[in-house]
Write a protein that binds this ligand. Structure first.
Ligand SMILES: Cc1cc2nc3c(=O)[nH]c(=O)nc-3n(C[C@H](O)[C@H](O)[C@H](O)COP(=O)(O)OP(=O)(O)OC[C@H]3O[C@@H](n4cnc5c(N)ncnc54)[C@H](O)[C@@H]3O)c2cc1C
Length: 599
């Protein structure tokens, strides 16, 4: 280990998106030394891509909104599978976190009387998303990054963590390499916060960037922590479908929030036919009522069915396409041009306007967009304690998209950005407290470091092996085909031996060139995370024999209420992935009544 650079901190935070930054700020505020390690440049995390906004019951637009309604919407959106305590904490603390962000310098869009403006989004009863046009994530990252740097957090950029060593039964830090030089670095720490985001790059059609290879899920699993809910992968209803080079890029739900409607090839506004029993009575049943709501008459009319939860809208779109009512390139139409004036669209949705103009040659102020579902978000992740965000491995905390439980079987749009702030803060706080209670960082076993560095350097030792990108593409095709929006036992069972084959192929890839900025080598390393998270999704999806939220089984099309509170828990046992079912704590009767009958 003598040639490996070593740093010692109280807390090391892995990931510099909204969750990691907020955790680092809080841990630093407790007085300890904090390292923030990220795979890309600071400011380039996934959070920066977030468009529509952050959900918090501020009640600035509709005064009736409150944290109980937000909690209820989140539980109903998550199909009652959520960790109810996380959903409650989230709803209660989100308004303070948004106001805090504003106090730190975030410039949200304003109402006419100068308060934070809020826009409607799918599954939210009232206008609830604080936003900055359709570039909310950019503003959030800008503010958090400034705050973290000025708080004295030590930042290590373009530094990819490959292993989280465990010593004396505790998380003991992180082993990483710098992408620029390929050199290894060890962060010894008393507590670790993981905040590495999602897994969507394991599918072919995705809104996610190159970074979403599920590294944190793999690192936690490898270190011995439990993961939950990995069958719940969200397919966002609206991704671009044409031209092929941009397929999957997100079209924000903000388009529907600002009045956009969905139509099939016959021009029919089909969502009126897809209102599920759970939401009957909450949504407009005719076009005139939906249009009256969209024009601003919100208290007398119900919301348009385009604002149903994402799982419902995505499945409706798939059905329209399957039944032959799709658009020319295999999607359906999203139309805001016929509903809003051009200057409004350009002001409220500037990124969407440019995205379609530049990438597809479509002027969304004049023509409809062609859209279809795209892999977007993973509800599953590291199992954490609702109050502290500590995982089942002592000293390891998790927050953001990587942590499981909060969103249940389906996440509501806007609830991720507020989740990052609420639980990022809690993870940082409790990691710092954990560090204060423990003396020096536990000594990292030298043999673990040696074995890990040797394993990641192995592709350089081999010659004539396969290209890592070929294996990655084969994996994406496999997951798209067998673990996509609708799955069944036959397809999932077929995927398991195929994943084994891909593992064997991944073990034989070779790379050439040096260790400096070598994308082939980086992909060879990422493959291990991608293969592991893919296996998690396939095994958990096989185990859940019902359809719930984002998990749709063609062979078990109905929701089975007996399974609502059953969680699929995954854990490593040597080389084997174990799968078990566990009942979650019951929702307290007063809250259950409120969710069922109204807040
Ligand atoms: C296009 C798009 C639009 C969205 N719009 C919204 C929205 O409007 N509202 C909303 O609520 N949600 C939205 N989401 C979802 C939301 O943006 C994400 O869920 C959220 O930003 C995740 O934040 P995070 O902090 O968990 O992870 P990220 O922001 O992705 O950060 C992950 C960090 O981990 C680092 N990392 C990863 N692996 C490693 C490793 N091995 N070693 C070191 N560092 C590592 C990365 O470099 C990065 O810094 C959107 C998502 C997309 C893709």
């Amino acid at each position: 280990m003598t040639d490996i650079q070593t740093h010692e901190h109280d807390v090391v935070v892995i990931g510099a998106g909204g969750a990691g930054l907020r955790a680092a700020i809080e841990a630093r505020a407790q007085g300890g030394r904090v390292a923030l390690v990220c795979k890309s440049l600071l400011g380039k995390a996934h959070t920066v891509m977030a468009e529509g906004g952050a959900a918090a019951a501020l009640g600035t637009v509709i005064q009736q909104d409150n944290t109980r309604v937000h909690f209820r919407d989140t539980m109903r959106g998550g199909k009652m599978h959520n960790n109810w305590r996380m959903a409650q904490i989230h709803a209660e603390e989100a308004p303070d976190r948004i106001r805090e962000l504003e106090a730190w310098g975030a410039l949200f869009d304003r109402t006419a009387d100068g308060r934070i403006n809020q826009r409607p989004f799918g599954g939210h009863t009232y206008e609830r998303l604080a936003h900055v046009g359709d570039r909310t994530g950019l503003e959030m990252i800008r503010v958090l990054q400034d705050k973290a740097v000025h708080s004295g957090v030590d930042v290590f950029m373009e530094c990819t963590v490959i292993k989280m060593p465990v010593a004396s039964g505790h998380a003991a830090g992180a082993l990483a390499y710098f992408r620029e030089t390929g050199r290894f670095v060890l962060f010894a720490a008393k507590a670790v916060v993981l905040a590495t985001g999602g897994i969507g790059k394991a599918w072919q059609i995705t809104s996610n960037s190159w970074e979403y290879t599920g590294d944190g899920h793999f690192l936690a699993y490898d270190a011995g922590a439990e993961l939950i809910d990995m069958e719940f992968v969200q397919f966002h209803p609206t991704g671009m479908v044409w031209p092929p080079s941009v397929r999957g890029i997100l079209v924000t739900e903000g388009v529907r929030g600002e009045g956009g409607v969905l139509r099939n090839a016959a021009g029919e506004r089909f969502m009126f036919r897809y209102i599920p029993a759970m939401f009957k009575g909450d949504f407009a049943e005719t076009e005139p009522e939906a249009d009256a709501w969209a024009s601003g008459d919100r208290m007398k009319n119900r919301r348009p069915p385009e604002l149903l939860t994402r799982d419902v809208v995505a499945k409706a779109i798939v059905k329209e396409i399957q039944e032959g009512r799709g658009s020319p390139h295999g999607g359906v139409f999203l139309d805001i041009a016929s509903k809003r004036p051009a200057d409004f669209i350009q002001r409220k949705l500037p990124s969407m306007y440019h995205q379609f103009k530049e990438l597809a040659g479509v002027d969304i102020t004049k023509e409809p967009m062609e859209i279809g579902p795209t892999t977007h978000y993973v509800m599953g992740g590291v199992k954490v304690d609702a109050e502290t965000q500590m995982s089942t491995l002592p000293g390891l905390f998790a927050a953001g998209e990587l942590a499981g439980g909060m969103h249940g079987a389906n996440r509501l749009g806007g609830n991720s950005l507020s989740d990052l702030l609420v639980f990022g803060r809690r993870a940082g706080l409790h990691a710092a407290r954990f560090a204060q209670q423990h003396g020096r960082p536990p000594a990292v076993p030298e043999e673990d470091v040696g074995a890990a560095t040797q394993a990641v350097l192995a592709p350089f030792e081999r010659t004539g092996g396969e290209n890592p990108f070929a294996v990655q593409q084969a994996l994406q095709a496999l997951m798209q085909a067998h673990a996509g929006i609708v799955r069944d036992q036959t397809g999932l069972e077929r995927a398991l031996p195929e994943l084994d084959k891909l593992r064997r192929r991944a073990a034989r890839v070779s790379v050439s060139g040096s260790r400096e900025y070598n994308p082939g080598w980086h992909t060879a390393i990422d493959l291990w995370s991608q293969l592991t998270v893919s296996e998690m999704t396939v095994r958990a999806a096989l185990e859940r024999r019902e359809s719930r939220g984002a998990h749709t089984r063609g062979d078990y099309p109905d929701q089975d209420d007996a399974q609502a509170r059953i969680q699929i828990v995954l854990k490593r046992d040597g080389e084997r992935m174990t799968v078990r079912r566990e009942a979650q704590p019951e929702i307290p009767p007063d809250l259950l009544k409120m969710i069922k009958e109204g807040a």
